[in-house]
Design a binder for this molecule. Structure first.
Ligand code: FAD
Length: 388
């Protein structure tokens, strides 16, 4: 099996290398390709797999040990992200659960909220989702119409969300809602809805997508859903936009890491294929065109990893700014799509067959230029950093 990267990332140490090994072993032994194929067909990962991941200690990797987590840091999440990608599991909403949703509660929640929800996220008793996007507002988050109106000792939530990852599975949904519709960005709050027995909460369709078939992506409906006041993350209204803005650079870095894993996987698969496939009496690898194209792909892969590693280090140092994270997401997602397309071409007709993982990568990568902020929105954020 080809390995496009001869050495590990510089931030890996011996403890992380052991962890990386154990994650790779766990995924390959407990999730064989037939199981993934079944999930793709079903359009959802079976719930049991979440519990298995929790038993293997891989849920709540960076949640503090005080709440039952593994007490790791973002490097552990990065290792898991790469391994999920290499295993063909990109789209399984584990990074969203682990590295996006749980941190909203751990960083911005009250102590009572941490104790109430984090142990359940670590044990897999609860799966998390975050619901920002609505049918009428995606890029323009301030345009959301979902409201959470104060009522007695709690809130009443009304609205509709769409494209929500883990939407069919989630027991805990962080809902982005307006607690003060007249206050613009200062009127937005993050409120937890525990879906079990939540009157007025309904899941819509598991949406039929171009790729990323193992991910359940859903519409969610909130019709007079009542939640207690202490479901408001941090228990102070109007903090939602600030909390989202603080966390979105990490979300974009996560997508860049997913893109890097897809690039790595594509090049590895392609080199393996072209050295055994024959045409005109020689290996496909022996054509100069193949070598030149793959040389270009490898060069970009190495540059990409260097940039991603730098962003990971900046994140760990608390220095990852919005523009840099946006550049990582923009560049990685655009280059990944180009590299995977180039690689697929070298498989000839086999690359177009679903049984070849390169075709899945080709479908799955398209979304990376759209979700977590589109390429156009990334460019706006980057452009802002050009002027003081
Ligand atoms: C598979 C999948 C999973 C998702 N998971 C989640 C999730 O878990 N939670 C969640 O909340 N959301 C999720 N999303 C939603 C995703 O983040 C949005 O689709 C994305 O932010 C774009 O919003 P939109 O679809 O409304 O497009 P729009 O905002 O309507 O954009 C349409 C087009 O206009 C462009 N555009 C918009 N504004 C500007 C501008 N100012 N300048 C230039 N061009 C602009 C966009 O770049 C795009 O090309 C998911 C989406 C998908 C498809």
């Amino acid at each position: 099996m080809t390995e496009v990267f001869a050495t590990a990332s510089r931030w890996m140490d011996s403890e992380l290398a052991m962890f990386d090994d154990s994650v790779a072993r766990h995924l390959s032994s407990s999730i064989p390709p037939e199981r993934i194929a079944q999930w793709r067909e079903n359009g959802i990962v079976e719930r049991k797999a979440w519990s298995e991941l929790a038993e293997a200690g891989l849920l709540g990797l960076s949640v503090s040990e005080n709440y039952g987590g593994a007490g790791g840091d973002f490097r552990h999440e990065a290792v898991l992200l790469r391994r999920l990608g290499l295993a063909g599991l990109d789209g399984w909403g584990v990074p969203l659960h682990n590295a996006i949703c749980a941190p909203y509660i751990e960083k911005y929640g009250t102590e009572e909220q941490r104790q109430r929800w984090l142990p359940k996220l670590v044990s897999g008793e609860m799966v998390a989702a975050i619901a920002m996007t609505e049918p009428g507002a995606g890029s323009d988050l301030q345009g959301i119409r979902t409201t959470a109106r104060s009522h007695g000792n709690g809130y009443v939530i009304n609205g509709q969300k769409t494209f929500i990852s883990n939407g069919q599975t989630a027991d805990l949904v962080i809902v982005v809602a307006k607690t003060d519709p007249d206050a613009g960005s200062k009127g937005i709050s993050l409120i937890v809805v525990e879906t079990v027995d939540a009157g007025g909460f309904k899941r819509g369709r598991n949406l039929d997508k171009l790729g990323l078939e193992i991910a359940d992506t859903s519409e969610l409906f909130f019709d007079d859903v009542k939640v207690p006041a202490d479901n408001l993350i941090g228990c102070v209204e109007g903090q939602g936009m600030y909390q989202l803005m603080r966390e979105l650079p990490k979300e974009r870095l996560i997508i860049a890491i997913e893109c890097l894993a897809a690039i790595e996987s594509a090049i590895n698969q392609t080199v393996d294929y072209v050295i055994q496939r024959k045409a005109f009496g020689q290996r496909v690898f022996d054509f100069q065109n193949t070598q030149f194209k793959l040389a270009e792909c490898k060069t970009e892969a190495v540059i990409a990893r260097s940039f991603v590693d730098d962003c990971i280090q900046r994140y760990l140092n608390g220095e990852l700014d919005s523009a840099t994270a946006s550049m990582a997401k923009l560049w990685l997602s655009e280059r990944a799509q180009h590299i995977i397309d180039t690689c697929l071409q070298m498989f000839g007709g086999y690359g177009y067959m679903n049984e070849y993982p390169i075709s899945q990568l080709y479908k799955d990568i398209r979304i990376k230029r759209i979700y977590g902020g589109t390429s156009e929105i990334m460019k706006l954020l980057i452009a802002r950093s050009l002027v003081g």
